[in-house]
Ligand binder design. Structure first.
Ligand code: KG4
Ligand code: ZN
Length: 340
């Protein structure tokens, strides 16, 4: 049960290509400012060096905007929360260094946050909606991760399924690249798929044991299918873009859901949450709602703002750690790989 303590937490997130700052009053969100880095679009993916440089330029204006929107002076802050990892080293270093100096200057506690825990715990931001009951299963799907996590308590999480190669978001992004669509590909594929027939084409799906995932075979099957069709009709991709997007999206979502259903049945858990950038996918959300009806699941879907990378999710973990007095110190350094 959450204790309310009248805390104001400033949180920052800089693990990949979004610079974000948020202010929370206890578990309520006062502001969540996100600056996307458009510089990567022309390269079809995140360029780490450019990401660090853009974070360096954005971090101070983004923090100012978050404090101003929350109508909070920095002297009112109770603690400073930051993403310690996983992510890109140069990007993380900007946030970690900023957080340390800011906390040191204000003489407030520093709280380190794991990015993946934050995606999952974003469901505990008070949105006036029901929150998951422990234990629950969380499908955490982003550009870097595809995991099923059993969440026993706020900081007691068990990784039960993982991708053995590409992440689901990566699959969306790679398919989009093959189709010459802009980066990030997920939102574009989602939009075009709405006008397409999801049963137009079928692609072979991986058959991996347990709760693990694999998406590299699906991507290759898509690539070869397109290559063969393009030999017959050079306009095939252009003429069938919507159907291709709808069909590959269906394959990705079916694969994600199959393991989630298996985990729910095997573990007898019907509290099901989704998190991460791919959880914004409209077909994934629709399928989850249908499954919830069929299997009597209670489902938890983040708002669009809370699904992709944001500092609000770092702030809620900051708050949960603050009430347990779990503070970090000035020697904290970033980590790049998942700890789960
Ligand atoms: O969580 P996130 O913002 O960053 C990481 O931690 O990776 O996730 C970004 C990923 C990208 O691969 C992007 O294409 C995907 O989420 N994504 C989507 C949608 N919106 C974002 N994928 C499918 N459908 C969407 N609507
Ligand atoms: Zn993320």
């Amino acid at each position: 049960m959450i204790n309310y303590m009248n805390t104001y937490i400033l949180a920052i997130e800089s693990s990949c290509d979004d610079t974000s700052a948020a202010v929370l009053h206890d578990n309520k969100l006062l502001s969540n400012v996100i600056s996307n880095q458009s510089v990567h679009a022309q390269y079809g993916g995140v360029v780490p060096e450019l990401a660090s440089r853009a974070h360096q330029q954005n971090i101070i204006p983004v923090v100012h905007a978050a404090l101003a929107q929350a109508n909070i002076k920095k002297e009112q802050l109770s603690a400073m929360a930051f993403t310690r990892g996983p992510g890109l080293l140069g990007s993380l270093l900007v946030g970690v260094s900023f957080a340390k100096s800011f906390a040191y200057a204000l003489n407030i506690p520093l709280i380190e946050v794991d990015h993946l825990q934050a995606h999952i715990l974003s469901h505990f931001i008070d949105r006036g909606l029901p929150m998951p009951q422990f234990p629950f299963l969380c499908l955490c799907v982003s550009g870097g991760h595809t995991q099923i996590v059993k969440v026993n308590d706020y900081f007691d999480m068990q990784l039960i399924g993982n991708t053995i190669d590409d992440a689901a978001g990566e699959a969306f992004d790679k398919v989009a690249k093959i189709l010459d669509l802009p980066y990030p590909g997920g939102p574009v594929v989602d939009k075009l798929a709405k006008e397409g027939n999801a049963d137009a084409f079928s692609f072979s799906q991986a058959n991996i044991a347990g709760y693990d995932y694999s998406f590299s075979g699906l991507k290759t099957s898509f690539l070869y299918f397109l290559r063969d069709r393009l030999k017959e009709n050079p306009n095939f991709a252009q003429d069938n873009k919507n159907d291709l997007c709808a069909s590959i999206q269906k394959a990705i979502v079916n694969s994600l859901m199959a393991k989630l259903i298996k985990a729910s049945n095997d573990l007898g858990i019907n509290e099901i949450a989704i998190a991460g950038g791919v959880s914004a996918n409209s077909h994934l959300q629709q399928t989850l709602k249908e499954l919830a009806e069929k299997h009597s699941w209670n489902i938890y879907i983040p708002s669009l703002q809370l699904s992709t990378d944001n500092a609000a999710m770092i702030g809620i973990v900051g708050y949960l750690k603050y009430i347990n007095q779990q503070f970090s110190n000035i020697s904290a350094v970033p980590y790049t790989q998942s700890l789960m």
